[in-house]
Design a protein around this ligand. Sequence first.
Ligand SMILES: [Zn+2]
Length: 260
Amino acid sequence: MANLTTRILILATAVGILAGVNIVRPWEDDGPSTQLGTAGVELGEDTARIVERVAYRQEVERVGDVIVIDGQPRDDVAADLDELWAIVDATWPTSLRDELAQLSVVREDERGLVGVVHPSVTGGWILSLDIADVDDRALIEETIVHELSHVVTLDNEVFTFGEVDGCSGTQIALGCAVAGSVLSAFAERFWPGDVGSTQAEEFVNDYASTAAHEDLAETFTGWVLGWPLEGATVEAKIAMLSADPDLAALAADLRARLLA
Ligand SMILES: [Zn+2]
């Protein structure tokens, strides 16, 4: 039940790809941010990469991490992470593998966390999943589909976290979507002034109504996975997403993998 799950994109970004202490916290009151280890990361020296520590809004127990290089685990995957990694490996498209920098596996007692992505200092993303869901493969796949839409539409070439002076496209609470990007067009049309509709039927589920980027992500997920969706506004949203070449390619890739 997608509307009962919580997927959060924590408002955090790390800038500076050299040894990792150069952290930006765009929202002081937001708390969470990417926390780097002591050794930091230098692009081009992947073998020396250390696990990036991210902060979560929820209390979570850390189970373990998989550092991903060129799309594959750098080290042997620990036995207790193996099953989750296998699902990620089967779901995450080859064409976007260089965007996956790390899988972080947590355990969250309150069942508030299903999945989350954080920007990595590598320029890619850290995907966190809750090991409590490991037996619900469909939920994990759905979560990865959702997070992948963030990976594509919040890429640093089309999106800047935080309040951007003179944002060329559309400023939403999360950041600035550049002019011409699908998130910018989506927010302009369906979230004018960054305010969503009050009509529940204009969203694929409750979670979609929480923010423009989550509306995009949930609508994309429903479209890719073939949820029974209806309504003129939902159809207009799907039409916009399916007309975007990057999202359309991702959708085709995901359908091929998930139906295989
Ligand atoms: Zn999300």
